[in-house]
Unconditional design. Structure first.
Length: 548
């Protein structure tokens, strides 16, 4: 857990975590204490006793039988096991996320096939439909997370996938604004919470620092899906007229069927957790007993609170309220709200803007690909740079600086500018450095407990969906086709967002400094007494330090 001390070597080493200490840094320092070449020596007896005393999981924890404070392993073993986890867990999560993005993102491809004209709708009707979608998506976030925590992410995720795929296929029957609004609402209600549910599932297998990088690949999958979706759309939309159906109907039918099959497969594939990989369809589990011990203990040594709830345990109303009122996380919620309004607005109208510039349906879908490639490069570059320099808030603000530059260009260039120049500006804006993986992992680490993290993940995603909701109403038909007024509004929002980044950085520095001032004034015995007797929980503990 961000800020909590690492596993303790002896009583005299009980110290506060420094403000910028990362989970991965703690893991490395532990390896340096215990490791010689490729072998890891046994922790001292005091280490085992103190970990058992303060960090022993409750009996209800599903992996309690694999917890061992004396367990050791080599760096080579951990690296090999992490690679297996990446294939068996992270890659599958990315595939499921691709299914989500394919079904919720193909609406922009459908627009390039004159869908609005086919069903007698206007861009205003489209804005209303997308508003309905994001509202439903937003309000489904927290209930979905509550269901997932009770049933288990491995059960709830496939149910979501097959349900929204059925609705996605049903979009073939859209014949006007009423049916468009209905399918948008159902998709939002079913898809809402999926991202937070998946992140919760990944947290069972990975440490906090590892999760940041996996989340960057998670959102690279989104972009790769957009590229693949554009290529698929370029071909599928050519089916217009076959069996009397428009191209966009074939798009919804074929892609919806594909994602349904992925969801059906996931229902049989996903295990409940790292020590529950055996089932009636998989007689032999994924991991040996030793591998399970390594997975469980490295995760718990990184964040002991992950054992405080088992993976089939729901949240109480009190738990939810305590999490919602955690004011230390509100700056991150506000960043989630304000950071993504501008790019979401431009993204929603990207294909329409290209069509307005005179590009054909085929050209429009292919011309979206370069921005996606740039987005992947910038996304990974930002995540790996953040990990390397141990900076989060400052680096994340670079995304808004990037967007601000190209918004100003869009506002100031003449309307008769060459269409290729305009395409280049729009593509560069869309390829901005994506801070979402960094902000998501910050939100998770700064939550400080499973209960708070469960709710915080949903609330943060609700803030991001609220940004998409706002974004769907920035561009108005009266401002078409260049949306100068809308771009000026977006410029103001981005400027305010940059101010908020500065305030967020200052807030976490202030909170860490205030706690360190108290903690550093205490003797080692006073610190030990606090750790043993405190009623403070999660990020309210004096030995907790916020990552920023």
């Amino acid at each position: 857990m961000a800020g909590l001390p690492p596993p303790i070597t002896d009583l005299h080493n009980v110290t506060a975590a420094t403000p910028n200490l990362e989970a991965e840094d703690r893991r490395v320092s532990d390896e340096e204490k215990y490791q010689t070449d490729s072998q890891v020596s046994s922790p001292s007896e005091s280490t085992v006793e103190l970990q058992k005393r303060w960090y022993e999981p409750p009996d209800s924890y599903e992996s309690k039988h694999r917890w061992d404070p004396a367990a050791t392993w080599t760096k080579e073993e951990e690296t090999k096991l992490r690679r297996r986890l990446d294939v068996r867990v992270a890659a599958v999560a990315c595939l499921c996320f691709a299914a989500l993005q394919l079904d919720r993102g193909n609406i922009t491809n459908a627009l390039s096939d004159n869908m609005l004209a086919d069903v007698g709708m206007t861009t205003a009707n489209y804005n209303t439909g997308m508003t309905i979608f994001y509202l439903c998506f937003l309000f489904a976030e927290l209930p979905s997370q509550m269901i997932s925590k009770k049933l288990g992410s491995d059960v709830w995720i496939p149910i979501q996938m097959m349900s929204w795929s059925a609705v996605a296929i049903g979009q073939v029957g859209i014949n006007g604004k009423s049916s468009f609004y209905a399918t948008r609402a159902l998709l939002g209600l079913i898809e809402g919470g999926f991202i937070a549910d998946t992140i919760l599932y990944l947290s069972y297998y990975y440490t906090a620092a590892e999760l940041t990088i996996r989340l960057s690949w998670f959102w690279v999958t989104l972009t790769m899906t957009n590229i693949i979706g554009s290529l698929l759309a370029a071909g599928i939309l050519k089916l217009r007229g076959h069996h009397g159906l428009p191209g966009w109907a074939w798009l919804f039918a074929l892609e919806g069927t594909l994602t349904f099959l992925i969801g059906l497969w996931a229902a049989f594939y996903l295990p409940a957790g790292p020590t529950q990989t055996k089932n009636r369809f998989r007689k032999k589990g994924w991991f040996t007993e030793r591998e399970e011990i390594i997975i469980v203990n490295r995760v718990l040594r990184d964040d002991p609170t992950k054992s405080s709830m088992h993976n089939r345990q729901g949240l109480s109303v009190q738990d939810m309220w305590r999490s919602l009122t955690d004011y230390d996380l509100w700056p991150l919620y506000l960043l989630g709200l304000t950071t993504f309004i501008a790019p979401a607005t431009v993204q929603a109208y990207f294909t329409l803007s290209l069509k307005n510039l005179g590009y054909s349906t085929f050209q429009t879908n292919l011309l979206t690909i370069p921005s996606y490639v740039l987005f992947i490069i910038m996304n990974l570059s930002l995540a790996f740079t953040s990990k390397r320099v141990k900076e989060r808030v400052g680096l994340s603000s670079l995304s808004s600086c990037w967007i601000l530059i190209f918004l100003i260009v869009l506002i100031t260039i003449p309307d008769n500018t060459n269409k290729w120049a305009k395409w280049a500006v729009l593509s560069l804006l869309q390829g901005y450095p994506y801070p979402h993986p960094i902000l998501v992992s910050m939100n998770s680490m700064n939550a400080g407990s499973v209960r708070t993290r469960t709710v915080a993940s949903s609330v943060y995603n609700m803030a991001v969906q609220a940004a998409s909701l706002i974004a769907s109403n920035i561009y108005q038909p009266s401002d078409a086709p260049y949306y100068h007024k809308g771009n000026k509004v977006l410029t103001g929002i981005v400027v305010g967002n940059l101010v908020l980044y500065g305030l967020t950085k200052a807030w976490y520095i202030y909170r860490n400094h205030s706690r360190a001032k108290i903690w550093d004034s205490w003797t080692l015995d006073q610190r030990d007494e606090y750790i043993r007797t405190t009623k403070d929980q999660g990020n309210k503990r004096l030995d907790f330090r916020f990552l920023h």
